[in-house]
Design a protein around this ligand. Structure first.
Ligand code: ATP
Length: 239
């Protein structure tokens, strides 16, 4: 017998106004896993993450995280339960300093000493952020902003980290760095749900993957199996 999944999504439906975007979407993330959702532009990847973090309301189905039904929990309380999102486009607070951005990531916490200690931990993992700690977040490079977005999400001490397109707009060698960081975080015990258009990198770092096509999961398997599936290679890996 195995433990229940950390995250279990069943038959999720969500959308905007009259449009349903997600159709009976089901997926799981087990504790310790990196799971990726790959899919084309507009398939519904961001919408899925926004349902989990409580930004988009679910219309039907269930989202169970660590024993809690998230469809009944407000967004800030979802963060408190241990689920944090690093958003698409990073959404750094441009006029706040790097350090203040990290403090914002800890807004649900009430242990200032622990927060200070975790900022130091973030600086150990991302030395460039310590160097730039007094600079405005908006002055960082794209790669540095992505690191800040991940570090900020970690400030709530999540069990599950939602990463939306961390490679977007970054040079290839920076993308490699970011994915190395994701692997390292995972080794330290953080489970990850990764949404990516860069399917090749995502499938290389993930344990399992789901393919999302116009709001429906059409395929799921171990990441290495998907990576070698001719249909996936043709549709998502540019072959
Ligand atoms: P991308 O990588 O481009 O963000 P995605 O797979 O994350 O793609 P979503 O952003 O989830 O896709 O969008 C799914 C669908 O929902 C698209 O057709 C999009 O136009 C639509 N959509 C997204 N956000 C809104 C919104 N706020 N209002 C109306 N429609 C929206």
């Amino acid at each position: 017998s195995s433990a229940p999944p950390l995250l279990q999504v069943e038959n999720l439906e969500a959308g905007y106004g009259p449009i349903n975007v997600l159709h009976r979407l089901s997926l799981t993330v087990n504790a310790g896993e990196i799971v990726t959702i790959i899919g084309a532009n507009g398939a519904g990847k961001t919408t899925t993450l926004h349902c989990l973090s409580g930004i988009v309301k679910t219309r039907a189905g269930s989202v169970t995280f660590d024993g809690h039904d998230l469809t009944r929990v407000a967004a800030h309380n979802i963060v408190k339960l241990g689920l944090a999102q690093s958003p698409e486009g990073r959404k750094i607070f441009p006029r706040l300093t790097v350090r203040e951005n990290l403090e914002m990531g800890a807004f649900t916490r009430t242990d200032p000493d622990g927060v200070r200690a975790d900022i130091q931990k973030a600086y150990t993992m991302f030395p460039i952020l310590e160097k730039r700690q007094a600079q405005a977040g908006g002055l960082l490079s794209g790669g540095e902003q992505q690191m800040l977005a991940i570090a900020r999400a970690l400030m709530s001490r999540p069990k599950l980290l939602l990463l939306d397109e961390p490679s977007l707009g970054l040079a290839p060698q920076i993308v490699v760095q970011i994915f190395d960081i994701v692997k390292e975080l995972n080794k330290q015990g953080v489970s990850v749900l990764l949404v990516e258009q860069n399917a090749r990198m995502a499938l290389k770092v993930a344990h399992r993957g789901y393919v999302l096509e116009t709001g429906r999961i059409t395929c799921t398997d171990r990441a290495d199996v998907l990576l070698h599936d001719p249909r996936i290679r043709e549709a998502y890996l540019g072959e």
